[in-house]
Every structure is written in structure tokens, then in C-alpha cells.
Design a protein around this ligand. Structure first.
Ligand code: TRP
Ligand code: ZN
Length: 874
């Protein structure tokens, strides 16, 4: 029967099935004899029985050739090779295991395990890549002491790196040499790393609070030394910040970062030897935008912060991924906020939540931050686990306060340092240290989906009472029909008509501004409210929920100017925009014109002209939600209407505010380039003005002039992006000029590929296909693929969703190719297909047909299998 599961069908793992390992590995001594196509790996492990009487042990292995297997130095016959590894039998309770395997790094295009990037070797072991290096218990709760000896040709690979401290080196015959490393800290194998290559090295040092000197080394491709300084600076800032804000100090004598061009994700926190996508290391004024600089600061911080939250305390099993990722994202967000603008960082993080994370919650892969069921772990490095995971940590921070939260962190490390822990361990530490009851709060870890919080208010003039009724509801998600009420910290503030804050009181007692919403419906009563107030709610996005409240335009304009905190002012602006985007989508669908009233324009004019506001914040105020975020508001998405409405509102604002935009644009021109937050903020507003002005008569002139005069990449790309969005005549010349200047540099060309991917022109897809022939493009490189292909499929909705299905066929072609070469990248690219149910019937049918075609692929990778299957069964 055709649809009976076959032996080859991938199987799911369940969180509930966790079992501690029967054996542990206390030490592993690795030797790598590196060769491009035939690398030999010898692993000598000290193994110890953990469960009395158990004598067999399963080791994971993938794409390995086994050459030798010994127990206590003697060849061992009691084993069996399976699809997924080895089963060893008749084992003693304590033994030394020697395994020699052969692997082919050059043929490894999946970029998991040991592979070649450019001329060098590197590894990526998280989540389950170590099994592509040797047979091992590839699970995070097996913690071992690692020693690693690397042997390679000395001329081609002068640097041989691994975790920990260098303990020996020497020369060998045939021009080869060796270096041995020892990592004194116990670690799971996903934190193992090895790098071999020829690099330029930027060196610095850091003295920790307790006075220890740490050598800092950043390895970049030859010739890129002048692009490593910002990364070094960010690393030093991270080390200092973690000491000051969290009291956490670095623990080895050396910290190395290697930048590689071929990398599936952003970066990896391997103990003492981070491996980074070069996108998050390399920057100078000629090659990198302000966004790149900030991205580097945040990713360098993120990986550094993992040293405590991830490495010193790791995850018991992969279902606990948010234990390290949610917490570390929270820490990197706080780092960026403490160093830069807190409101702007908050706004950008909330945009990610309300856009892509909420969309993920509505799709077939919807999962709680701690998933229950996983087929391919790589599919769970998601916005939900990372970003919503961080929001969950942030809610605990809100409930406990900074001091309570830090007490919780301290207790967490006291209890779990050096071990593999669970999300529950973390919450328990927070609860025990603070005394705050987090019983109901724990539901955030197991319940998926986005809660909708609907608020209604009533003012009783006679009693001077104000009533706030809060309802919460979470729609069913795949595999989770029943939803319970969550503990939602709901941050509010009341204002009188003068904009003064009204103290919150109930029965003569002060009430905290964070309301504990815990039931499906609850009314909060406030006394001594002398006039009908304006309420500001979900301040700082105090919980990852959708807020529904029937604000009048007047109230929103009031909050845009009077709310005490900037986030609330921005959020009011977004709600005002949302009202008019919604009404205009309806209008456009009914064949009517887009209307955007003068008084709403005036509210944005007010923000634009407010000199007390940070320019970067004003730029955020004046940024419309993305087409994708707007799509998330609908059960049935009309990509064309959404595009039309957003484009027209942008144009209406441009022409109505032209004089002000133009004046501000000119007043913000800077002499001399710097990357201080002040300078970046000014560029950000200036370039936001330019993006609007591109739609006016002066657009062509201003944009060309800026492109011609720009002395930094931020201004160059801002000009090109404005020309691209507004389809200015100068677009062609700029694109040609840029490509001729930078085609030797893939990382810089990525910005150009993004513009091609997002090109709103009618022939956009043909153009993307042609761009794939550009010498700087390669489907083998994830950064190139994401820049061009993902920009088109995920961020150019009108053309991707072309009614003739051409965009869909294109994605299937790409997925079919990547399914064999790099399933992890394929699995990220497939996302737009998973949301097919949100579109009209014709488009649904077309997308479904593509999914069905993919399902039939003979060698369908687990990564795609899991998503395709879920999408089709939903
Ligand atoms: N732990 C890494 C981080 O968040 C994520 C990561 C890097 C990763 N490379 C990966 C996850 C490959 C899965 C596969 O910092
Ligand atoms: Zn991480």
C-alpha cells in the first residue's frame, strides 16, 4: 500500500519520552587528520555505565565510514550498524571506546558536521551535526571533557583551532603539522568546533573584573583585517556588559571568533571558538550599513552571552532549546538596548513578533516555545523558540523586576552550573529566588498560538470609577485544540486630558501598573478617576499578544503625543495606521480610492517635527508596517490590495509632508562619517525622509545626488533602495555601477541581490532568474540564496503570488535543488508555501500542487518532509 509508512520515513521524537542516557562519556580525545575528501577521525572516549545492568549502547552516526572499533584497545565484534548509527553490545560497565571513521568534507554541502568553506575547514555541530564527524551519543545531556588534535598541511592550513586552550603543537613529515587543544570545561558535543585555514588575525585582550587576562582573536579571510574592528569592539563591550549587568565573567584564557562565508545561520557559540557567518563579523564604512553594524553588535553579544546561558548551563534535551535561546536573545536585546536606543530596539523586536512570529503561530508548524514533538530539530530554530522565547523571559523580568530577576539568575547558576537543565529548572529558580508565583505562568512554555486580548472600558462619572474589562482567548492551533487562560502581565497607564498620569488606585490602595491578567475574563476597577481617561495598554508590549480595543482616532493621536514612554507613542501611531490600512484595503477591494485624512497626516507631521524626539525613533514612527505584517491581520489575504494601500499611503504622506521631509532631509546631512548612535540615528531619519521624497518630484534628483555623494554604505544603499521602491529612472545606472564596483565581494553584493529580489517591477521574476547568472551568485552559498531567492519569495508578495503561479514554480525549482544540497536552507525557504491556506482558492490550489509535488520527491529530506507533511495535513 502506497501510503503505509515505510522504514525510510522519518519518525518523530516526543518531549514526554525523555530518558536519561544509560551510559555517559566523561572524556573524549579526538584526532583529525584533515584531507579534503578523506578526513580520518579517531575518537577515544571514556564511557561509563549509568543504568545498572544495561550493556548495550546506541551511538548516532550519519554519512560515516567506519574503519575501526575497539573496546579497551581490543577489536570489538559485538556491534551492529544501523541506518542512524551503531549499536554496541555486551559492554562492560566502564570502558575505553576507540572509533576511527572517515568523512568527506568537500562533498559536504549541507554545512553540517565538518565541511569546507572557501579554502578552509570548519564545523557546525548544533543541533545534531557531531554525528557526521564520529559515532557518538549526539545529545546535549552527555557532557565530556574534550581534547582535540588537528593535523593538516602547514602551508595551506597554518591555523589549526579547536575549543579551549592550546596544549601542544609540532611539525610532521610531508609539510604537515599538528596542534592539540584541551577544553577544561565539560561540554555536550554540539559545542565542539574545529577550524583549519589561513587567516588574517585581529588580536586584542580583555582584563576581566577579577583581573584575569583573556586573549581575544578574530580570524578573517586574508585581506579582511580592516573589517574586523567593529566585531572586536562589540566583543569587548559584551564582556564588560555581562560583568556589569549580570555579574558574569568569562572563564577561559582565550576567546576566538572565526568568520566563514558558508554558514547556514548567523553564528555558533562553540566553547571558546565561535564560528560566525562572515555577515556578522565583517564591516567597514565602505562595505557595511548601520543595520549591519548593529547586527554584528547583537550577534557577537548573543554568542558571547551563550557562554553562560547555553554553555555553562546547557539544555537537557533539544525540546528545551528555548532555555538557552530565549534567555540569550533576551540578554542580547538588553545589551543592544543598554548600549543604544531602548525604544528603537524594542520597536524593532516587536515588529518581528507581530510580523513573522505571529505568522508562524498561525501556520501549520505552530509550536509552543518548548515543542512537544520534533522530526527534524533544525526546523525548531524558530522565531517562536527564539523571539517569543525571549518575550517569555522578558515577562518574568517584568513580573519579578530587575533585582528579583537577577536573584533568579544567581540561583539558576548556583543550582545548574556545569549541567544540562530544563526550562522548568529555570522557572523554578526564578520562582524560588523571588517568591513570585509562576505556577500559571509556566503555561507559556506549553501552549502555542498568539492570545488575543480584547479590552473594553467604561467610565462611571458619578462614582469617578473607571472599569477595564480584559478578555483573553487563544485560537486552536494544529495539535492543540484546547487553550487555557495564560498569566499575562498587562502594563497600563491612564492619562487625564492634559496628558498627566492618573495614579492607579482601588479601594484606597495604589495599584501597580502591571495588571495580572490570569482569567479568561476579568474586570479591573480604578477609583478616584476624576475625568474620563485615555488608557495606554500593553505598554512596552508587556506580553506577546494581540491587543484589540476600539480606540478613537482622537485617543490615538493623543497617545502619539502624550504617552510618557516612546514605545507607547509609536504603538499608538501604528494602531492609527492600522485603522486606515484596514479601511482602505476594504475600499480598494470595493473599487474605491484610498482615503487618508488630513488630521491623521497631521499626527505624523507632529512626530516628524518634534525636536525632542530621537531621530531614529521618528524614523520608526514614520515607518509603515510591512506587507507581511498587514497580511497577518487577515484570514484571507489580498496581497494586491495590501500592496496598493501601503504604497498609496506612503505616497500620500510623501506629498503631504514634502516640505517638512525635505527640510529635515537637508538639515540632517552630516560632514564626516561616524558610527556613534547619534550619527546612525540621524542617517536613519534622513534616509527615511529620502524614501518618502523618492515619490515626489524632487525624488529623482535627490536620490541620484545622494548615491553620487555617499561616503558610506548606509547612504548608498538607502539611495538604491529608495530608487528601487519608487522605480526611479536612476535605479538602472545605480545597480549597474554598484555591481561593477562590488562583484568580487559576495557579502556586499548581497545588498544588491536583496534589491533585485524585492524589485517591484513587473518583470521581477524574470529579472531574479537572470540575476541568478550573476558571477557573484551561487545557490551553494546560503547568504546569496537568502538575499536573492528568499527576498523574492518572502518579501515580494505581489510577484511571488503572481496569479499565473510562476513565482510558486520558481520556488519549487529552487527547493528541489536545495533539498539535495542543503536541506536546512531549503527548509527555511519553504515557509511562504506553508501559509497557502490564507490565500484565495486559485492561489491555494496552485501552492498545494507545488507542495504535493515536493512531497513526491524521492530523496525528500527530513527537514522538508516535516513541513510539507504538516502543511498538507492541516
Ligand atoms: N546556537 C546558534 C545561535 O543561536 C544557532 C545556530 C547556529 C544553529 N548554527 C546553527 C542552529 C545550525 C541549528 C543549526 O546562536
Ligand atoms: Zn543562540
Amino acid at each position: 500500500m502506497a501510503d503505509q509508512p515505510t522504514a525510510a520515513q522519518p519518525t518523530a521524537k516526543y518531549r514526554a519520552d525523555y530518558q536519561a542516557p544509560d551510559f555517559t562519556i566523561t572524556d573524549i580525545d579526538l584526532t583529525f587528520d584533515l584531507h579534503d575528501t578523506a578526513t580520518r577521525v579517531i575518537a577515544v572516549s571514556q564511557v561509563k555505565q549509568q543504568t545498572q545492568g544495561v550493556t548495550s549502547l546506541e551511538l548516532d552516526g550519519d554519512e560515516l565510514v567506519l574503519h575501526r572499533l575497539e573496546i579497551n584497545g581490543e577489536s570489538w565484534e559485538h556491534f551492529e550498524q544501523t541506518e542512524s548509527g551503531l549499536i554496541l553490545r555486551e559492554l562492560p560497565a566502564v570502558f575505553e571506546l576507540t572509533i576511527e571513521t572517515e568523512i568527506n568534507p568537500e562533498a559536504n554541502t549541507s554545512l553540517e558536521g565538518l565541511y569546507k568553506s572557501g579554502g578552509g575547514f570548519c564545523t557546525q555541530c548544533e543541533a545534531e551535526g557531531f554525528r557526521r564527524i564520529t559515532y557518538y551519543q549526539d545529545r546535549p545531556d552527555v557532557l565530556a571533557r574534550f581534547t582535540t588534535k588537528v593535523i593538516a598541511d602547514k602551508a595551506s592550513f597554518p591555523y589549526l583551532l579547536s575549543n579551549g586552550n592550546k596544549v601542544g603543537s609540532g611539525d610532521l613529515e610531508n609539510g604537515r603539522h599538528w596542534v592539540q587543544w584541551q577544553d577544561p570545561f565539560l561540554k555536550p558535543c554540539y559545542l565542539f568546533a574545529l577550524v583549519a585555514g589561513d587567516f588574517d588575525v585581529l588580536r586584542d585582550s580583555y582584563k576581566t573584573v577579577s583581573g584575569r587576562d583573556v586573549a581575544l582573536e578574530i580570524f578573517v579571510d586574508k585581506g579582511n583585517l580592516d573589517r574586523a574592528e567593529h566585531a572586536m569592539h562589540s566583543l569587548i563591550n559584551s564582556m564588560k556588559w555581562d560583568e556589569e549587568r549580570f555579574g558574569l565573567e568569562y572563564d577561559l584564557d582565550i576567546y576566538m571568533i572565526v568568520a566563514v562565508d558558508f554558514f547556514n545561520m548567523g553564528a555558533m557559540e562553540n566553547k571558546g571558538l565561535n564560528i560566525f557567518n562572515s555577515k556578522f563579523v565583517l564591516a567597514n564604512s565602505a562595505t557595511a550599513t548601520d543595520t549591519d553594524y548593529l547586527g554584528i553588535e547583537s550577534v557577537i553579544g548573543h554568542e558571547y552571552f551563550h557562554n553562560w546561558t547555553g554553555n555553562r548551563v546547557t539544555c537537557r534535551d533539544w525540546f528545551q532549546l528555548s532555555l538557552k535561546e530565549g534567555l540569550t536573545v533576551f540578554r542580547d536585546q538588553e545589551f543592544s538596548s543598554d548600549l543604544g536606543s531602548r525604544p528603537v530596539n524594542r520597536i524593532q523586536n516587536v515588529r518581528i513578533m507581530r510580523g513573522p512570529q505571529f505568522a508562524e503561530d498561525r501556520g501549520p508548524m505552530s509550536h509552543p516555545i518548548r515543542p512537544e514533538k520534533v522530526i527534524e530539530m533544525n526546523n525548531f530554530y524558530t522565531l517562536t523558540v527564539y523571539e517569543k522565547g525571549s518575550e517569555v523571559i522578558r515577562m518574568m523580568h517584568t513580573l519579578l523586576g530587575e533585582d528579583g530577576f537577577q536573584a533568579g539568575m544567581k540561583l539558576y547558576f548556583e543550582r545548574h552550573d556545569g549541567t544540562a537543565a530544563t526550562c522548568d529548572d529555570f522557572v523554578q529558580a526564578m520562582e524560588d529566588a523571588s517568591g513570585v508565583d509562576l505556577g500559571q505562568f509556566r503555561l507559556w512554555y506549553s501552549q502555542s498560538g498568539t492570545p488575543v486580548v480584547t479590552v473594553s472600558t467604561a467610565y462611571e462619572a458619578d462614582a469617578k470609577r473607571y472599569l477595564v474589562t480584559v478578555k483573553q482567548q487563544t485560537a486552536p492551533t494544529p495539535g492543540q485544540k484546547e487553550k487555557l487562560p495564560l498569566h499575562i502581565p498587562f502594563d497600563i497607564e491612564l492619562y487625564d486630558s492634559k496628558g498627566e498620569v492618573i495614579e492607579l488606585q482601588c479601594n484606597g490602595e495604589r495599584v501597580h501598573h502591571i495588571l495580572n491578567v490570569t482569567q479568561s475574563e476579568q474586570t479591573f476597577t480604578f477609583d478616584q478617576v476624576n475625568e474620563k481617561p485615555v488608557i495606554s495598554m500593553l505598554r512596552e508590549f508587556s506580553a506577546p499578544v494581540v491587543l484589540e480595543y476600539d480606540y478613537s482616532d482622537e485617543e490615538l493621536v493623543f497617545l502619539m503625543t502624550h504617552a510618557r514612554n516612546e514605545f507607547a507613542r509609536w504603538d499608538a501611531g501604528q494602531m492609527l495606521l492600522a485603522k486606515y490600512i484596514r479601511s482602505n484595503v476594504q475600499a480598494v477591494q470595493a473599487g474605491n480610492a484610498v482615503v487618508f485624512p488630513e488630521n491623521v497626516v497631521d499626527a505624523f507631521r507632529g512626530a516628524l517635527l518634534d525636536e525632542k524626539l530621537d531621530p531614529a525613533f521618528i524614523a520608526e514612527m514614520l515607518t509603515l508596517p510591512s506587507e507581511n505584517e498587514v497580511a497577518g491581520w487577515y484570514e484571507r489575504v489580498d496581497v494586491d490590495a495590501i500592496h496598493t494601500v501601503l504604497a498609496q499611503i506612503e505616497q500620500i504622506l510623501a506629498s503631504a509632508l514634502e516640505d517638512e521631509l525635505s527640510a529635515i532631509y537637508h538639515s540632517l546631512s552630516q560632514s564626516g562619517y561616524s558610527i556613534t548612535h547619534d550619527a546612525m540615528a540621524k542617517r536613519s531619519l534622513r534616509n527615511r525622509c529620502l524614501a518618502y521624497l523618492a515619490y515626489t518630484e524632487q525624488g529623482e534628483k535627490l536620490v541620484s545626488a545622494q548615491y553620487g555623494k555617499a561616503d558610506n554604505m548606509t547612504d548608498t544603499i538607502a539611495a538604491m533602495s529608495a530608487a528601487n521602491e519608487a522605480q526611479l529612472a536612476c535605479r538602472e545606472t545605480q545597480m549597474a555601477d554598484f555591481s561593477s564596483k562590488w562583484s568580487h565581494d559576495g557579502l556586499v553584493m548581497d545588498k544588491w541581490f536583496v534589491l533585485q529580489g524585492k524589485n517591484p517591477a513587473g518583470n521581477s521574476l524574470a529579472n531574479v532568474r537572470e540575476t541568478m547568472n550573476h558571477p557573484a551568485f551561487s545557490l551553494k552559498n546560503p547568504n546569496r540564496t537568502r538575499s536573492l531567492v528568499a527576498s523574492f519569495c518572502a518579501n515580494n508578495p505581489v510577484h511571488f503570488h503572481a496569479k499565473d503561479g510562476s513565482g510558486y514554480r520558481f520556488l519549487t525549482e529552487i527547493l528541489t535543488a536545495l533539498n539535495s544540497s542543503n536541506p536546512q536552507v531549503a527548509s527555511r525557504l519553504i515557509e511562504p508555501f506553508l501559509k497557502y491556506r490564507l490565500y484565495d482558492e486559485d492561489r491555494q490550489a496552485l501552492m498545494r500542487a507545488e507542495l504535493e509535488q515536493l512531497a513526491k520527491l524521492e530523496n525528500l529530506a527530513r527537514d522538508l518532509f516535516e513541513k510539507v507533511e504538516k502543511a498538507l495535513e492541516q
